[in-house]
Design a binder for this molecule. Structure first.
Ligand SMILES: CC(C)(COP(=O)(O)OP(=O)(O)OC[C@H]1O[C@@H](n2cnc3c(N)ncnc32)[C@H](O)[C@@H]1OP(=O)(O)O)[C@@H](O)C(=O)NCCC(=O)NCCS
Length: 179
């Protein structure tokens, strides 16, 4: 089946009565509804969340949290990939962070997630920190469900921190211009 373009998926905040379903879906995809980042366990069911929808059908979700002048994108997942859903959710989260006067939007991903590294860097995000063995420690202390081996058969060990500086005019709404 070829990817049909979704011109602009509708994005809305999650409803309270949908939170259990979000936790179920994230749990099914990621072992549990807990996301570990920089030594902290976040339960996606407890945090603000944007849902991309096509009618009643969920296309993707972005879970975030604002603390001080920073916004962490705790989870971004497109349930239907390569149709513009991730891009739209990232842009919507960045817009919320800007409206909340955040200085930066940041996230942690894991060392195996080459697809996410590509996706985020194409959208203006910069790799600003490597946290060696942070995933190993998260597996030991926070989330035993984290597998030992991740995408592409890469051992899952480290967290990579990416950020988008929101005081710069770069928009997280599409890929950076090519060379
Ligand atoms: C990373 C992730 C969120 C990206 O979401 P996505 O919805 O697939 O992303 P998009 O569709 O917006 O963009 C992906 C590519 O598809 C392209 N695309 C979008 N619509 C398309 C269409 N109709 N036809 C062909 N290509 C299309 C985009 O241009 C983009 O390519 P580019 O980067 O070369 O510009 C998604 O792969 C995902 O959910 N991964 C698993 C969870 C994860 O790893 N999350 C991040 C961890 S922190």
């Amino acid at each position: 089946m070829s990817a049909a373009a979704i011109a602009s998926p509708r994005i809305r905040p999650i409803r309270e009565d949908e939170r259990a379903e979000l936790a179920r879906v994230v749990g099914a995809n990621w072992g549990s509804s807990i996301v570990a980042s920089r030594g902290v366990a976040h339960d996606v069911g407890d945090l603000p969340c944007l849902i991309a929808v096509d009618g009643e059908r969920w296309l993707g979700a972005a879970v975030y949290r604002v603390e001080g002048d920073e916004c962490e994108l705790v989870l971004l997942e497109a349930f239907e990939k390569v149709r513009g859903v991730g891009t739209a959710l990232l842009a919507a989260t960045a817009a919320i962070a800007r409206r909340s006067s955040c200085r930066r939007l940041w996230l942690m991903t894991t060392n195996d997630n080459l697809d996410a590294l590509r996706f985020y860097q194409r959208r203006g995000m910069r790799l600003v920190h490597v946290w060696p063995e942070a995933t190993t420690e998260a597996r030991q202390k926070l989330k035993p469900e984290i597998p030992l081996v991740g995408d592409y058969g890469i051992p899952l060990r480290d967290e990579l921190e990416l950020e988008l500086v929101l005081t710069e005019p770069t928009a997280a709404g599409g890929p950076e211009p090519g060379p």
